[in-house]
Design a protein. Structure first.
Length: 251
């Protein structure tokens, strides 16, 4: 169809105009160039990628971690159970453990996620993607939003946790343009953290940021020999939600 025919049809002209505007907006708003701070997985060596020895990761292969979370000042509404699957998954040619994260709201599963992790020879724990099942509050399937895989559609891996964390260290956890671009910073080491299970020393504190939610950030606390023991969500610099480890079950 020629241009003058499009202009003579107002409805068709409007549709073409809208498609053009939407297409331009997407290209202008999404930066598809990986950030310089993104770890280079091509420079890493993976001799035993499923042998996770980093002290700030948990659970172990024979354990299940149970967390509770909720709004500040209210009884916890969510329970989170984390364990490792026996199966593994190969991503970008690297064998990964499958870190399973199940979220319950008032006893109903609202999210069931498989995270794919692998440790390189320098002790860095890499995050190579996730498959997410999101459910409605009644437990019925909703969608798979949040899923991504390194090496697919331009998505690239980052660090789940760095092998040698130091104060001020900045690292991307994942990079999938316009979809998942989370990053973190190590803000403290040698922290002492007290939760219901006890007091833990030599903890690492990170600040985790999702750029799509600029008014929010999380502080996460990792204890050696265990992994994450506590997280705090801040909105506009106000603490709004707290989650913490309450039980470790030996499978």
């Amino acid at each position: 169809m020629e241009k003058n025919q499009i202009k003579q049809n107002p409805v068709l002209f409007l549709i073409v105009l809208l498609l053009t505007v939407v297409g331009c907006s997407k290209e202008e708003n999404v930066n598809t160039t990986p950030p310089d701070a993104l770890p280079d997985i091509n420079a890493a060596t993976f001799s035993e990628p499923t042998n996770i020895t980093i002290p700030y990761y948990g659970p172990a292969a024979n354990q299940t971690y149970i967390y509770v979370a909720g709004e500040v000042g209210k009884a916890p509404e969510e329970e989170v159970r984390i364990n490792r699957k026996v199966a593994t998954k190969v991503v970008m040619g690297i064998e990964c453990i499958i870190h399973r994260d199940i979220v319950y709201l008032n006893g109903i599963v609202i999210e069931d996620t498989d995270d794919w992790l692998a440790q390189d020879d320098d002790g860095n724990l890499w995050y190579l993607g996730e498959f997410v099942i999101n459910n409605k509050n009644n437990g019925q399937f909703a969608n798979n939003d949040g899923s991504w895989e390194a090496g697919v559609d331009g998505a690239l891996p980052g660090y789940w946790f760095p092998g040698n964390p130091t104060v001020g260290q900045f690292y991307y956890q994942e990079w999938y343009a316009g979809e998942a671009e989370d990053y973190a910073e190590v803000v403290a080491v040698n922290e002492t953290v007290t939760i219901g299970m006890g007091t833990y020393t030599d903890c690492i504190k990170t600040k985790d940021i999702n750029p799509s939610e600029p008014d929010e950030y999380e502080f996460k606390y990792y204890a050696p020999g265990i992994g994450m023991i506590k997280e705090e969500l801040y909105e506009d610099d106000v603490l709004t939600e707290i989650g913490e480890l309450v039980e470790i079950i030996e499978n």
